[in-house]
Ligand binder design. Sequence first.
Ligand code: F6R
Length: 580
Amino acid sequence: MCGIAGYIGLRQASPLLLEALRRLEYRGYDSVGMAIQHDNCVEIRKGPGKVAAVDSECHFAEMPGTLGISHTRWSTHGGPSQRNAHPFFDASKRFAVVHNGIIENYLELKELLRRDGVVFSSDTDSEVIVHLTSQNFKGDLLEAVRSVVKHLQGAYAFCVINNVDREIIVARNGSPLVIGIGQGENFIGSDVSAFVEHTKKVMYLDDFSLARITKDNVQVSDFAGNPLPLQVKTIDWDLEQAQKQGYKHFMLKEIFEQPQVAQDSLKQAVSITVRPARIIIVACGTASYAGYVGKYLIEKLADVPVINEIASEFRYQEPPLSKDDLVVAISQSGETADTLAAVRLAKKHGVKTLGLINVVDSTIAREVDQVIYTRAGPEIGVASTKAFMSQLVTLYKVAYSLADRTFDPQQLVSLITKVLEMQPQVKEIAQKYYHHPHFLYIGRNRNFPLALEGALKLKEISYIHAEAYAAGELKHGPIALVSDEMPTVALCPQDQVYAKTISNIEEIKARQGRIISIATEGDERIKSVSDDVLYVPKVDDILYPFMLVVPLQLLAYHIADLKGCDIDKPRNLAKSVTVE
Ligand code: F6R
C-alpha cells in the first residue's frame, strides 16, 4: 500500500528517488522520506504530507550520495506524522529501512526488543525491522536480513541499507517489488514506473526471496539461503503512457482512453476450454462491480451459474467449493491482498483459478492457473475507470467463449467515442447538482452494477454520500430517503427492463425526488418523468453497460472537479490495496 524505491550506481541518488516517489505517490500519500548513504553515514529526511509539500521542506535533491532508498506512505499503524514517516533508523543510526506491507506480529516483536533495551521512535509496525537488522548484523547485511525475516509474520517488501556497505538488501513476502537492471546502476521500485525511463530490463522478486543489489550485480536467494536464478524480462511500457498528456487529471485522461482500451481488450485472445459446473467471481470494489455484470452475461449466454463474492468476505468463509468450479479473480493491480487471498484459498481447495488482470506479471497474474490480461495500460488515477471498461470487455469475451461464440461487437469502439462527446452536457448537469450532499443511483438487471459503480465513483472522488439500489428494492425501504434534496441518477435505457424502471422513476417523482436519467437517444417518454436526461446511443440490449458507464464516470469527475477535490488522489485511499 505504500510505495518504495531504491537506487545504487554512479549518479546522485536523491533526484532519481524523488522522481520515483512522484510516480509512486498514487500508492499512498500521507508522508514521504528518503535515506541516502554518504561519507560512511546515512542521512534521513522525511515528513508528513504529499511528495511536493515534503520536498519543499526537506529539499531531498540536495542530499549527496549515490546509494539510497525512499518511501511514500499510506498509513496503517500510526497516523500520518513526522515520527511515523519512513525511513526508520536503528539506535546507532547505521541502518535504515523502508517497508511496504504489514508486520502482523509487530507488537510481540516490539515487546521482545524493548526487553533488550530498544527504544522506539514511531508507532509503526515497520520500525521493528530496522532494530532486528541491527541486532542480527554480524558483518554481512544480507545474512542479517535473512535472520530478520525468520521473525516476521505478515506481508512485506522492504529495503535495508547501512552506512558503509555499497549494497541495498531487499526482501519480499506478499508485497510487490521489482528490480530495474541498468548499466553500472540498479533500481528498485514497488512498480516499474519508479524507474521506467532509465531501464526496461526488470526482475520481479518472488515471495520468500531476498536480493543483494550492488551497482553492477543482483544476487537473489530464498529465505533459506539457496541461490535463485535471475529472471530478467524486458518490458514494453513507456513513460508517456504514465503522464497526463494535457488532461487536467489522470482520471479524465483515462476516461477518454476508453475507446482505445476497449479496442485493445477486444483483441486479447480468450479461450475457456473447460466448461465449469459453476463460476465464483472474486474481486473488490470496482472490479467486483464488473464481476456482477459478468454474472448476468455468463448466466444468460452460457447458462453457467455464477456466484459473486467480495474477496474480503470470501477469504474468511468456508465456501463449499468443488473441483468442477472455476474461481475467476478480477483485479486491475493484480496485487489486492484480499483477492490474492481468495485465489490462494481456491487453490488450497484444488479449484482451478482464472485471473482477469491488468498489471502484467503482478502477483495474482503469476499465481492463477490461467491469466487473461485486460490490457487497460497503466491506470494512475486512484478511481478506476478504464480498468473497469477493460474488465467488462474481457468478461464479455469470457461469457461468449463459454457459449462457444465470439464477441465481436461491430462499432463498440466508435460508440464509446460517441458517448464521450456528451461531456459538455454532463458538465452542465454537474453544475446544477454538485452542491447536493446525497445522491441515489438506481438501475435494474445488468444496469444495477453500473448504478453501484456510478455511486462508488461519486463518493470516492467528491466525498458526496451516494447510495445505489436495484430499482425494484426502493419501495422496501430506501424510498424513505427521497426528497428534493437527494437527486436520483436513474439508469433507464430502452432494454428489456425499461418499463419497470420507468415505474420506479415515477414512484420517486411522486415524492418530489429530482431525476437525472441516463436513457436511449430518441426516448421522448423519459423526459416527462425526469428533470434532466443524458442520452446514450441506441445499442443492442446487452451492450448498454458500455454506454452507461461513461456518463457515470464523467458525472462523478465533473462534480468532484467543481467541488475542487484532489481527484487523482482522493483522501484516505490508495491505488493498490496490498493490505487487508
Ligand atoms: C475504485 C477502485 C477500487 C478498486 C479495488 C480493487 O475506483 O479503484 O474499488 O477497484 O480496490 O482493486 P484491484 O482491481 O486493483 O484489485
